[in-house]
Design a protein around this ligand. Structure first.
Ligand code: FES
Ligand code: ZN
Length: 294
């Protein structure tokens, strides 16, 4: 089979697009898909300063790499939670890519900002680290993007992530989460616009991009992560995809087209946290309440 872009021998079979490309054309194909999503969903333009939240994994690093090469004004941030054996390694690969691309990397250190690392606070308040982690990351990335003057915050969630979240929210009938799930969340009271430019690309497609362009990624798993059912859901969806190519994409797009418009978000009115000033639906945000109990 021939590469659909240059006519040379094809090496990457793209079953769900009904085509194949060679390894040298694959990055261009991938970036083309990213650009199409950004433009179609009006995520941001080439003039908007975009903040990319890096984790050190292949998804966020590929996102920064692709956006930078596509000519978007990308800035990078990293949240250092002080998790030993994990945060150092992931921070190192983020620093490496940013220095290769000549993109500024802004780091939020939880210990510096809040006085404790994630493991310390979770031990002290006797709560699972993941329950605090999500709130810390959401708050810190939003604050950094805003303070860096970015109107948009982009994350590396891919199609497999989105489908696994969606599946989990459906299994539990989390209507409020379902209403909020999607590739774009518009800006509101102190919250910048959030976008997921890789949401229509599979885990495997991102992995191939990272590998071909030679990204150094951090492969380690967070040692504090509990037994998240999301990994199990992803395996189920990979089996389904093997039987019916493109089922992940049609499931996700079907949700966005048919169910999401019928749902309404109920998150209460947002106000400033009395302690840190960040947006919250309560008097004191969940991050401040966790750290206050210490
Ligand atoms: Fe969030 Fe490990 S990265 S608990
Ligand atoms: Zn607060």
């Amino acid at each position: 089979m021939r590469c659909a872009l240059c006519g040379r021998k094809a090496e990457v079979k793209l079953v769900r697009y009904g085509t194949s490309v060679c390894r040298s054309c694959y990055p261009e194909f991938f970036r083309g898909r990213v650009e199409k999503t950004v433009e179609r969903l009006r995520m941001f333009s080439k003039d908007d300063p975009v903040c990319v939240a890096l984790s050190g994994g292949k998804d966020s690093l590929s996102l920064l790499h692709a956006l930078h090469l596509l000519g978007y004004k990308a800035k990078a941030i990293f949240i250092d939670l002080g998790i030993s054996g994990y945060s150092e390694g992931s921070r190192k690969v983020c620093e490496k890519l940013c220095s290769d691309l000549n993109v500024d990397l802004h780091v939020y250190e939880l210990r510096r900002e809040r006085g404790l690392t994630l493991s310390e606070v979770s031990r002290k308040v006797r709560r699972p680290p993941c329950s605090i982690c999500g709130a810390v990351k959401r708050q810190a990335t939003n604050r950094m993007a805003r303070e860096l003057g970015c109107t948009v915050l982009a994350t590396g969630h891919n199609l497999d992530d989105e489908v696994a979240f969606l599946f989990s929210n459906l299994l539990n009938w989390n209507l409020n989460y379902l209403a909020r799930q999607g590739p774009v969340s518009e800006a509101k009271f102190k919250m910048v616009k959030k976008v997921k430019p890789l949401c229509f690309l599979t885990d495997e497609e991102v992995r191939i991009y990272a590998e071909i362009v030679g990204l150094e990624v951090f492969e380690g798993r967070c040692p504090l992560e509990g037994k998240a059912p999301l990994h199990f859901y992803k395996r189920i969806w990979n089996e389904l995809e093997g039987m019916r190519p493109d089922v992940k994409s049609s499931f996700y797009k079907g949700f966005l087209r048919k169910l999401k418009p019928l749902l309404s978000v109920d998150e209460g009115e947002l106000r400033s946290c009395k302690i840190c000033g960040e947006p919250t639906s309560r008097d004191v945000c969940s991050v401040c309440s966790a750290f206050m109990k210490v």
